[in-house]
Ligand binder design. Structure first.
Ligand code: HEM
Length: 316
């Protein structure tokens, strides 16, 4: 664009806003050039790794969780764009989902940073200072789920028949699959892990559930013209995302957790207190965002046969 045109547009922009353009230009004359560290905010970002113990490997634990939370934020950013997009096309959907999948692939393939990156002896010491906290309390992880699928697919299988479109959100919330990890197995009482999580986030989750009820990935997919719903690139992107989040990542997490919680060859209790072997394995929970995009055999083998599940389709 020509300099004159730029100046004209700046003039118009600030006139429309009722801001004197001369003052703005003078401000520009005195403003400091931007630096990398100011723009990326490296100082605040790098000052957030506060340990609770003196054990060096706790730093790895904290930082890897923080990296995960940053990537969760990037994922939610893209999911929101699909959710809010007017005149959504298969190409836009596929491209944004591709971004999301690359982020989740990164989370999955990097899990060895956790699994291999700490001395179990150190972990087994510093974990005591974390009880009853757990990654279970990651709000962004739950929001990714709400933004990805219809609520019914996040409901504990035992209660699915009691829930439909008319069920109040509050009731659905109480029957989400993850409630199981936050209850005492023998009494059914909510644990401190779940109670504190709900105290902090329940209201926000209910608002989010409402907001994404009809704008989650699956609802938006079904709004597309029938032809687009058969678009092989889009269907493969949906399947890849579903399998990465609900099988590959879950298995990487399960193996990393098993390494530490079974380091003495005998399972120890998880910091969050769940029956973790059962709770964490995808073959028990069978979380599936887009069940209609998988065939009978794939559904039957969900979480059991890894390769079968992520097969790329070549035609529909
Ligand atoms: C040594 C590393 C890790 C161990 C031992 C571990 C262990 C566990 C366990 C046992 C649970 C079940 C709930 C409980 O009783 O606490 C859980 C849940 C969870 N963790 Fe981890 N975890 C590890 C690393 C991570 C990392 C790096 C993340 C990334 C943010 C993460 C995110 C989550 C999430 C989102 C859940 C809830 C999953 C669900 O509800 O199915 N965990 N973790």
């Amino acid at each position: 664009m020509e300099k004159e045109d730029i100046l004209k547009q700046i003039d118009k922009k600030y006139n429309d806003l009722g801001i004197p353009v001369d003052a703005m230009l003078e401000g520009l004359l005195h403003s400091k050039p931007v630096n990398y560290w100011d723009y990326i905010q490296t100082s605040p970002l790098l000052s957030l790794q506060t340990q609770r113990t003196t054990l060096p490997d706790e730093k790895v634990f904290i930082m890897y969780h923080q990296i995960n939370e940053l990537l969760f934020k990037m994922i939610l950013w893209e999911l929101t764009q699909i959710s809010k997009k007017e005149n959504l096309s298969a190409d836009f959907f596929t491209a944004r989902l591709g971004r999301v999948s690359r982020y989740f692939d990164m989370l999955t393939t990097s899990f060895d940073i956790m699994g291999e990156g700490m001395e179990p002896e150190q972990y087994l010491k510093f974990r005591h200072t974390l009880t009853p906290a757990s990654g279970f309390q990651s709000a962004q992880y739950r929001m990714i789920e709400f933004a990805s699928t219809e609520l019914i697919n996040l409901i504990d299988y035992r209660f699915r028949t009691t829930i439909d479109q008319n069920t109040p959100y509050e009731h659905a919330f109480e029957h989400l699959y993850w409630q199981a990890a936050g209850k005492d197995h023998s009494t059914g009482e909510k644990t401190i892990l779940l109670k504190s999580f709900e105290k902090k986030y329940k209201d926000r989750f209910i608002r989010f559930m409402k907001e994404y009820n009809l704008t989650n990935l699956w609802s938006r997919f079904k709004e597309l013209p029938k032809e687009d719903q058969k678009n092989i690139n889009l269907v493969n992107a949906m399947r890849h995302y579903d399998h990465t989040v609900n099988v590959t990542w879950v298995m990487a997490h399960y193996h990393a957790a098993g390494k530490y919680l079974n380091a003495g060859k005998k399972d120890v209790e998880a910091t969050g207190g769940s029956d973790w072997r059962k709770y964490m394995h995808p073959k028990y929970q069978r979380r599936i965002f887009f069940p209609e995009l998988w065939n009978k055999n794939e559904l039957k083998n969900w979480g059991i046969s890894n390769l079968e599940g992520c097969k790329t389709l070549t035609g529909l």
